[in-house]
Write a protein that binds this ligand. Structure first.
Ligand code: ATR
Length: 273
C-alpha cells in the first residue's frame, strides 16, 4: 500500500480497541477496491474531544465501539431514523465537517439472522439473553424482520423491563430471569447478547435446561456457550457474520461500495482468534 499526503483516514474509537478486527478488515477493503485510505484504531478516555478531533483532522469516517456508542449518538450533528430509535451509533460519516451517525450493528445482525433462520417458523420461540445496548439492536433487527414476540432473559429485571417499555406497541416482549426453565426448555432460537464468555470461561445459561434450539452468540469468536452447545450436538454460531455485516454497511455508507463478504470471511477466517 502506498500512503501519501492525500491518503484518507478512517478509524475506530473505543476503549479498549487493541483487539478490534476493524482496522484489518477495512484497510484490506480499501486496498482491495483501490481506495487511497487507511483505517486505524484510536483508544480514548475522552469521547467528546475525540469526536471533535474527527472534524478537526478531517477524518473521513469512524466506527464507535464500547463504551461510547450512546455518547457518540448525542455528539454527532445528525442521525438517521434507526439510530434515533436505538439512541446509539457505531458509524460516523464526515461530510464537509458535518458528522452523520448511523447504527449498522442491527443491520449486521439482521442479515446474519436471516441467513441462518431460513427454515424457521414464525411461531418459533426466540429468546434474547441480556438487556444491554446490543440486546436493543438485536431486538430492533427482529422487529424489522416482522417478528412479533421475543423472550428477554436478564440478570437485572429492571433493565429488561426498560427494553420492554421501549418496544411497547411494536412487539411483545416477555421479561424473565436468565434461568427461567419454562422459557428455555421451549425455546427454538437463543441469542446471547450478554458479555458472559467474552473474557472468561463462563456461560450465561445452563444448557441442561434447553431442548434443541439454534444458539447464536453476538461475540465474534466461539464463546464457551457456542463451543459447549456444539459439543452437545446443537447448531451454534458465533457473531463473526454480524461483525462482517456491520462493517459491510459502514463501508457502504463511507464509499458507496458493497464489499465482498466472501473476501471478508476469507481474510478473517485465516486469523487466529
Ligand atoms: P452491550 O453494550 O455489549 O450490550 P452492556 O450494556 O454492558 O453491554 O450489557 C451487557 C449485558 O450482559 C447486560 O445485560 C448484563 O446484565 P445486567 O443487565 O444484569 O447487568 C449482562 N451480563 C454481564 N455480565 C453478566 C453475568 N456475569 N451474568 C449475567 N449477565 C451478565
Amino acid at each position: 500500500m502506498y500512503v501519501n499526503g492525500e491518503t484518507d483516514v478512517y478509524c475506530v474509537i473505543g476503549n479498549p480497541v487493541k483487539h478490534s478486527l476493524s482496522p484489518i478488515l477495512h484497510t484490506f477493503m480499501f486496498e482491495y477496491y483501490g481506495i487511497n485510505a487507511v483505517y486505524v484504531a484510536f483508544k480514548t478516555d475522552n469521547i467528546d474531544i475525540a469526536i471533535e478531533g474527527i472534524k478537526a483532522l478531517n477524518i473521513k469516517g469512524a466506527n464507535i465501539t464500547v463504551p461510547f456508542k450512546r455518547d457518540a449518538f448525542r455528539l454527532v450533528d445528525e442521525v438517521d431514523e434507526d439510530a434515533r430509535f436505538l439512541e446509539s451509533i457505531n458509524t460516523i460519516k464526515n461530510v464537509n465537517g458535518r458528522l452523520y451517525g448511523y447504527n449498522t450493528d442491527f443491520l449486521g445482525f439482521k442479515d446474519m439472522f436471516e441467513e441462518y433462520t431460513k427454515f424457521c417458523d414464525e411461531n418459533d420461540n426466540i429468546v434474547v439473553l441480556g438487556a444491554g445496548g446490543v440486546s436493543v439492536s438485536v431486538i430492533y433487527a427482529l422487529y424489522k424482520l416482522n417478528i412479533k414476540r421475543v423472550y428477554l432473559l436478564n440478570r437485572n429485571p429492571i433493565k429488561g423491563r426498560k427494553i420492554q417499555k421501549k418496544f411497547k406497541g411494536m412487539m411483545d416482549i416477555i421479561v424473565s430471569d436468565l434461568n427461567d426453565r419454562e422459557i428455555l426448555s421451549s425455546s427454538n432460537i437463543i441469542i446471547n447478547c450478554t458479555s458472559v464468555g467474552l473474557d472468561n470461561n463462563e456461560m450465561p445459561i445452563d444448557l441442561d435446561l434447553v431442548e434443541d434450539p439454534l444458539i447464536i452468540d453476538v461475540i465474534y469468536f466461539d464463546t464457551p456457550l457456542v463451543k459447549t452447545a456444539r459439543q452437545r450436538g446443537l447448531t451454534s454460531i458465533n457473531g463473526m457474520d454480524m461483525f462482517i455485516g456491520q462493517a459491510y454497511y459502514a463501508f457502504k455508507i463511507w464509499t458507496g461500495i458493497e464489499f465482498s463478504k466472501e473476501a471478508a470471511e476469507n481474510l478473517l477466517g485465516d486469523l487466529e482468534l
